[in-house]
Design a protein around this ligand. Sequence first.
Ligand code: FES
Length: 619
Amino acid sequence: MTELPHHRPHRIDVPALDRQIDCREDETLFAAARRAGLRIVGACGGRGHCGSCIVRVTEGRVHREGEGAHRKWLRACCIQPRSDLTLEVAPRSLAPIVRADVRTGGEAAPLPLDPSLTAVELTLPPATLQDLASDADRLRRVLAERAEPIEPAAIDWAASAALPGVLRQHGWQVQARLRQAQAGGPLTVASVARPGAPLLGLAVDLGTTNAAAFLVDLASGRRLASLGLENPQVAWGADLISRINHAIKEPDTAEALRRAAVGAIQSLAHDLTRAVGAAVTDIADAVVCGNTAMQHLLAGWPVAQLGRAPFVAAALEAVDVAADRLGLALGPGAALHLAPSIGGFVGGDHVTALLATEAIWQAPGVTLVMDIGTNTEISLVHDGRILSASCPSGPALEGGHIGSGMRAAEGAIERVEVVDDALRLQVIGGGVPVGLCGSGVLDALAAFVGAGWIDARGRIVAGRHPSIAEVDGVRAITLAEETEERHRLIPAVRFSQHDVRAVQLAKSAIRTGVKLLCAEAGLDESQIHRFVIAGAFGAYIRVESARAIGLLPPLPPAPDGTSRFQQVGNAAGLGVQQMLSSRERRARAAQIARQARYVELSTRSDFQKSFLQHIGFGS
Ligand code: FES
C-alpha cells in the first residue's frame, strides 16, 4: 500500500539527549516528542501560547505555523517536519525530574506507625494424604494457633490465588499480609508474599503540574525514598479547566487523562522501588491525594459537573479501590486509598496539607493555611471552624506560562535584585542562566516594580533601562542574553509584558481568595495570626518579594517579633505519608474534611471588585 505523503514519518535526531524519534508531516514536533516519551515542557499543552517548548532546528526543513521565518528558536508545538531533522531543545524546555520536597518542619520526625496493613511470617504444615485441608484452611489454622490468635474474616481473592504457588516454592513458608481498616474492626488476609518480602507503601501527591511520590517501609514507618515528575496530563493543558474541557468534549480524552495519571504513578512506583533494590510488587498499599479534579480523573469519574457552576464533586469522602482496578500494577491485592476532599476543587491534597500542619492551626487565634500551586487552596481556621476555598492561580507562579519560565532546576534564575540600577541574578547551580523559575519570577517582578522598570499598573516602562526593548513586538526586560556554552546555544532569558500580566492575574486571584475568605469569616486579613505557606513552590519564594507585589498581605510581625509567615514545604506530601502509615491519621483526615466548609468565592458579588483592586502593585 502506498503511504500518503503527509503520513510519511521523518527521523528526528536529538543528539544532546541521544534520542531519535519519528514524526509524521501532519503532526508537530511537540506531539511526536510526547508520543515517544521525550519530555519537552509544554505549559499550554501544545496550543502555541506559552513559548515553553522551544527548540532549534540545526539541520533539515520544517513547516512553521505562526512562527516568523526569521526566528531561530521555534515553538515545537508550531512546527512540522518536511525532512529528517536534527533538533536542539532549549535547556529550559527539557522537562527535568522535579523536586519531591518534603520539608515540613517535621520532616525529621518519624511517621506515626499504625498501618492498615501488617505482615506476619508463617510456616505451614505441608499438605499430605493424611491432611487434605485446603491451603487457605491450613493458613487459617496456623493463624489461629499463634500466641496471639488471628481469626481473619476472609481470605481475599488475591491471597487465595497466590497461596499455593508461594507455599510450594518456599518450603511452606509464607508472609501473610493482613488488612484491618480500623483497630478492632474486621481483618482479612489481603495477600501473601514470599517469606521476608519487604512490606512497602506508596504515598502520592498528584499535583496539577507535578506528581511527588514517597516510598515507605510499612513495617518500620521509615521513609525509604522520594521522587517527583511532571504530571503528564500537562499535555492536555497546564490548568484544570483545560483538562476538564478536553475530557468533556472527547470521552476518549478522559480515559487518556486517566491513563496518563496512572502511568505517572506507575513510573514513580517503578523508579522508587528500583532505587531501594525492591520490586513494584512489594508495594502492598497506596494512598493518593490530589485536588478534586485530579482525583476524579484518576478514578475515572465524570468531571463535567466539576467544571461548571456549582462545581459539584461526584463524591467527597475517601475511597478505597483495588489498585489493579485502576490499571496500576503494584503488589497482588494492593489497595489504593483516595484521600477525602472538601468541595469544589479543594481536594485530598489540601486535606493532607491541613493534616500535616494541624499542630500549627490548632493553636489559639486565626491561622490561614495556603497551598500555592497551579490551583491554590486556602483554609482559614478560626474558633474551631475551617473555611476552605480555591483560586485558579494558573502555572505562572511555578514558572509555567512564562516565556522564559522553567522548573526550579539547574540553570534557573531563582533570585533577582536590582542594585544601583543594575541586575543581580542568582542561578541554581551557579552556571549560565537558562530560564526563570517561580521564585525568580516573583523576585524579578518585585525588583522591577521596586526599581520603577515596571509601573504600578504593571506596564514595563520603555526607555527606563537599557535592558528594556521590544522583542517580536512585545516589550520585555532581558535578564540574560543568548549565549553559547559547551557547544550548546542557550536562548536569552527575558521577562515580557505578557509574563507580567500572567503573574498579575495569579497574584490577584490568590490575594482576592485570602481577602474574601477572611470576609466570609467576618474577619479582616490583618487579623491573621499565623500565615502558613505550604507547597513545594511556597517553600522557595521570598516572602518579602511576595509581599512587595501584593501576593501576600502586609502582615506586621507577631508581638514577639517573629514573622507571621511560616513556609512549611510540601505539607500535602507529609500528610499523605501519614495517611499511609497510620489508620488514626486516615480517620483524622476524614474528620478534617467533614469539619471544613467549602466556600465558592467566584460567585460572591465583591469578587470582581477585589480582583481588580489587587491586579496592580503596592496593594
Ligand atoms: S507548549 Fe508550545 S507554546 Fe505552549
